[in-house]
Design a protein around this ligand. Structure first.
Ligand SMILES: Nc1ncnc2c1ncn2[C@@H]1O[C@H](COP(=O)(O)OP(=O)(O)OP(=O)(O)O)[C@@H](O)[C@H]1O
Length: 377
């Protein structure tokens, strides 16, 4: 406002006063500043009027400060709780350790009982399974032919079904025959059964009560059978009788007696002369394998005839080799048997000599600690 206008306004306030642009801008700025200040003041007033948030810890601290005894008591309680918790935790830990130790002892003495992993056979794994059971099928076959399936009657009651008690089948057949005869009689208008029919029926019923020769048939023992008559079952019983078990593939049958062994005639004579009436189980099992020149690990108790079990096939093999002459004698012995002790070496020599003697085969045992020249000749 210039001095002239200001003076004029002061002189007469009711009169409109001309304000220049600069004066108007200045006035507007002043008004805005006042409004902003006013707004700020109101906001501050509002904040101060709000309730102040209380600080609990500071409150507690204040009250604690006021009551230190109570705080000490509380601290003591907390300490006691902590100690009792620790104690029970330690006890539980000790209990667990004791149980573990007990389990370890049990496992050592009773053996572990780890559950075996069940191996699912491929046939079980890939078996096709229907979504429903056969019995759940409630649909009825509309064809009456299939509603009452006919029970098979083999050869009009004369045959037998496998797996079903033969006596039961005979009784059923006799009953069926009686019923059929009755129906025929009715059709023919006869009331009474003919005496021969009644007798035949009685005979049939009586026969159904007893086991016939076929039912009672008992298979012969393997020892009464020829080699070619032996069945798988007979061989199984034979192996069980002599406690013979094998591990390996393409195994030959064990020999049941010396006659069935494929030892040469000379050797069989030697066996007879040695007084070996029947082969021992290890000989039954190992000699056929030895004669096939297979590698064998034979396990049998001491004194069970293991020596003859490998010596006899060895001698059989040697008899097939060309005889020893001046030309080939330097090539070495026909066979070498190694033994872990001198006693065993001598024992094997004695046993081998029993048979080799008849075949003209020379046997020597060579042991450590003695002159080789002395032993070789
Ligand atoms: N089939 C047989 N019949 C009768 N006696 C036999 C028969 N086979 C072996 N013997 C005799 O049985 C005795 C023991 O045989 P052998 O020494 O071969 O047994 P072993 O199983 O080798 O014993 P070890 O384990 O002590 O070596 C020998 O005197 C032997 O002559």
């Amino acid at each position: 406002m210039n001095p002239t206008t200001a003076a004029a306004a002061a002189a007469d306030p009711s009169k409109p006063v001309f304000l220049s642009k600069a004066e108007r801008q200045k006035l507007a700025l002043q008004r805005r500043e006042e409004a902003a200040n006013d707004h700020k003041r109101r906001a501050v007033d509002h904040l101060q009027s709000l309730p102040r948030p209380t600080n609990p810890s500071s409150d507690r601290r204040d009250s604690d400060r006021r009551d230190p005894d109570r705080e000490r008591d509380r601290e003591r309680d907390r300490d006691r709780d902590r100690r009792s918790r620790e104690h029970s935790r330690n006890e539980k830990q000790a209990e667990r350790e004791r149980e573990k130790e007990l389990d370890a002892i049990k496992e050592q003495y009773l053996g572990s009982k780890k559950p075996k992993k069940r191996v699912i056979k491929p046939s079980e794994k890939f078996r096709f399974s229907f979504d429903w059971e056969n019995t759940e099928d409630t649909s009825r076959d509309m064809n009456s032919l299939y509603q009452n399936p006919h029970e098979a009657r083999l050869l009009f009651g004369r045959g037998f079904l496998a797996g079903i008690d033969r006596r039961e089948q005979k009784k059923q057949a006799a009953r069926y025959e009686k019923e059929t005869r009755g129906e025929i009689r009715k059709k023919e208008g006869r009331l009474e059964e003919l005496p021969e029919e009644a007798a035949a029926q009685k005979q049939k019923e009586a026969a159904a009560e007893v086991y016939d020769a076929f039912d009672m048939r008992v298979d012969r023992h393997w020892s009464e059978k020829k080699l070619e008559e032996m069945t798988e079952r007979d061989w199984r019983i034979f192996r069980e009788d002599f406690n013979i078990s094998f591990k390996g593939s393409k195994l030959p049958r064990p020999m049941r007696n010396w006659a069935e062994s494929r030892l040469g005639g000379e050797l069989l004579k030697a066996v007879e002369k040695a007084g070996y009436k029947a082969p021992s189980p290890i000989q039954m099992a190992a000699i056929p394998l030895g004669l096939q020149q297979r590698d064998v690990i034979g396990i049998a108790e001491t004194g069970s005839g293991k020596t003859a079990a490998f010596v006899l096939p060895m001698l059989t093999y040697i008899t097939r080799l060309p005889p020893m002459t001046e030309e080939n004698e330097a090539e070495g012995p026909y066979a070498v048997v190694m033994a872990p002790t001198r006693e065993l070496a001598q024992q094997i020599e004695d046993e081998t000599v029993k048979f080799a003697h008849y075949l003209g085969i020379k046997v020597v045992s060579i042991v450590g600690g003695q002159s080789i020249e002395e032993q070789g000749f």
